[in-house]
Design a protein around this ligand. Sequence first.
Ligand code: FES
Ligand SMILES: [Fe+2]
Length: 389
Amino acid sequence: MLSAEANQRITKVGPGTPAGDLLRRYWMPVAPKAEVDEVRVRPVRLLGEDLVVYKDDRGRYGLLAEQCPHRSASLAYGRIDDDGIRCPYHGWKYDVTGRCLEQPAEPAGSTYKDTIKHTAYPVQEAGGLLFAYMGPLPAPLIPPFDVLARPDWERRIEIHPILDCNWVQPMENSVDPAHLYWLHGYTGGAPNQQPDDENRYEEFDFGIYKSHVNEDEIETHPLVFPNILRGPGHVAHFRIPVDDTHTRIMYILYNPTPDGTPTGQENVPYQYIGPIKTEHDDFGYPRYQHRMDTFAGQDGMAWETQGPVADREREHLSVSDTGVIMFRKMLDQQITVAAEGGDPLGVIRTPRDVINFKVQREDRHNGQIIPWRGQAERSFAKSVRVPVA
Ligand code: FES
Ligand SMILES: [Fe+2]
């Protein structure tokens, strides 16, 4: 159980909040690069801030506050120029650093534009995603996680529907293997877990390793702090805080080349995944009915029905919540580190080699590594922007 105050400390994501300031120390995914290349400008809501991401004609990516500093029209309808984006209302133009380059209706020779500094955040590409850094400068490096940096992995991106719940709920679930049998196996019809399987947790440099041990196998993969679930299998889930009560999940899925040769992949395709729920339930009530025939639907049901922000004063934690408690403690400690001006867990500032995580299934009896089931076969060649039902 957490007091209301302790709960707010770990869940609120806006600027100036404890967890909001911690999350701003990490690069956050914004959108697939391929999508911004195509649409050139789109709105993004991230950490409670309304923003637009765009690409100028020189190929630079920018992330600006959505509302124009002149009189607040939305830059999401802006026009892309050679060196910036123009507000659709009176044509003021901003570059990727937030400088105002032009104010077309001002008198010739006016220097008023030089006094305008629009909110702008650095953007960088990794693994086919554009990432933004919204914290204090200088920005750290994007860590070369395997899923972002391995040259011998062919990638694709899945964009899942925005969840109506706070980001901590899916992250707690990342270290909650007790749900595997009940939610996915028993409730949801994916019968490969047992209710009495043993679970182990271990902290490491980038988060928490979780091992799920059954009669025959040990399955290990990490929660990468603060908001990535890496694995199981050939995937990483980025749980991106949209605001206090909404979370966007993006997956990077990958196929390794059989012999470790680089793929040479230049464009990472992306796909929007269809809704996990309907607006009315099966009995006509105006409340969501969740799809229970996919893992994402089953998890989404569990996280959203906990409430927009789970009320942790009402909960009754048990032994099976060991990983959840470990994650909350880590979050609380790292909030303090960031608040005191330090670099929290996993923030890096010197270049390093690819960070390969342990994501494996192991035969418990002979220690042999077992391949993941069916993960590598899914593939698609083309980006799809229209949600697939
Ligand atoms: S509101 Fe943007 S230029 Fe006037
Ligand atoms: Fe799950």
